[in-house]
Ligand binder design. Structure first.
Ligand SMILES: [Zn+2]
Length: 395
């Protein structure tokens, strides 16, 4: 980012408000909405999939014209179909429910999340605590189980968004080595528009991952393919950073590929709680994930809450997402670890810490409800995702 592209912290909110106002005043908006309402019914509950709202792939004019869905209102894509972003409710931005690393990378049984009963138990605890949506970040190279996620969503009533794209090099290199950017982009695009394998389940975002202090040439290939898939589908991009490093480089790479960084979520930023660094990152316009909550081996949750409060004070409260990234059996009561944090932890404990450091109820709603509704919405062609600003209060 050049410094001229950076938003001053104090101006960030004003710019967003200005965008909202501009769009609200846009007379085409009402027509778009009315038109969309005619043609489109929105899935309200998991288990009830409205196929009439499926993304339609238009016939490309020619091969140089990438296929792209045409939409006029914001949507998110869950394992059960499309959803109005305002129906996401309380949403964790980076979790794992089913999946495991390949055995030749790790044979640690703690990483093996393979028990749907345990996952269902965990999701029901999350739901009882007020949760509504989980973004499941396991990719194909990490044992993603789209059909299992669909069963879990139907069974528990929790919305689940699943990912295309890839995890970091140690998992993805064997796949990415033999594939061009174009091949990868086609694969990601197909998983968003057509479905994963033969399940018909479509991914709701693209994942790309860097390693400690570098974006390797292979990882850069995945980032460029993620950008291409984003341009073709409008799906948001969500990243893995190793220990919070390389966030600005990720943003620069994707900006150079033409990605509007309001559709980028940079993950694991609470592995590096340096406030100046965080301010530089959010100034690019992206979302940042505080998604290691409860993992005191990195930082205490008070330190996380205080950093969030600092960003909120500086006007960036609308660019933060929360999550736990609980990708070990030993993090889940559902696997019999009774003192483990589990999916309830953020709602039952961390929200209290946020209030202790001065966030209002509305500001915590932003982190859990309103920000995910924008972050996980597909780009709206000819419009602005920010214009849809849902404003829900937590019950
Ligand atoms: Zn993860």
């Amino acid at each position: 980012m050049s410094s001229s592209q950076s938003l001053e912290p104090a101006r960030a909110v004003d710019n967003v408000r200005a965008a909202d106002t501009t769009h609200a005043a846009d007379t085409t908006h009402a027509a778009d909405t009315a038109n969309a309402a005619d043609n489109v019914r929105v899935q309200r509950k998991p288990g009830h999939v409205d196929r009439s709202r499926a993304i339609k792939t238009p016939h490309p004019v020619d091969d140089s014209e990438p296929a792209r869905p045409s939409r006029t209102i914001p949507i998110v894509q869950t394992v059960l179909g499309l959803l109005d972003p305002s129906d996401l409710g309380v949403c964790y931005g980076h979790e794992h429910l089913l999946g495991a690393p390949p055995l030749d990378v790790s044979d640690n049984p703690d990483f093996v999340l393979d028990d749907e009963e345990a996952a269902a138990d965990e999701l029901l605890r999350f739901r009882r605590a007020g949760g509504s949506t989980v973004v499941e970040m396991s990719t194909a190279d990490y044992g993603r189980d789209a059909a299992g996620l669909r069963r879990l969503s139907r069974r528990t009533g929790v919305h689940v968004i699943c990912a295309t794209g890839y995890n970091k090099d140690v998992f993805s290199a064997r796949i990415v080595e033999g594939a061009s950017v174009d091949v990868l982009a086609n694969r990601f695009t197909a998983e968003i528009l057509e479905g994963i394998d033969d399940t018909g389940i479509r991914a709701g975002l693209v994942k790309a991952s860097s390693t400690l202090d570098q974006i390797s040439p292979l990882a850069a290939r995945v980032f460029r393919a993620a950008a291409a898939a984003h341009h073709r589908t409008g799906a948001p991009i969500s990243t893995h950073t190793e220990a919070g490093t390389m966030a600005l480089e990720q943003a620069r790479l994707l900006a150079a590929e033409g990605v509007d960084l309001r559709h980028l979520i940079i993950g694991h930023m609470d592995r590096k709680l340096d406030r100046e660094y965080h301010l530089d990152v959010v100034s690019t316009g992206c979302f940042v994930g505080f998604d290691q909550i409860s993992k005191t081996k990195y930082y205490t949750d008070i330190q996380r809450a205080e950093t969030i409060a600092c960003l909120v004070d500086r006007g960036f409260g609308r660019q933060i997402l929360l999550g736990g990234d609980l990708a070990r059996r030993s993090y889940w009561p559902g696997y019999g670890f009774t003192d483990a944090p589990g999916l309830e932890y953020i709602l039952r404990h961390f929200v209290g810490l946020l209030r202790d450091v001065g966030l209002s109820a509305g500001q915590t709603d932003d982190l859990l409800v309103n920000n995910p509704a924008r972050a996980f919405a597909f780009r709206v062609d000819g419009g602005d995702v920010l214009a849809s600003q849902p404003r829900r209060q937590l019950g």
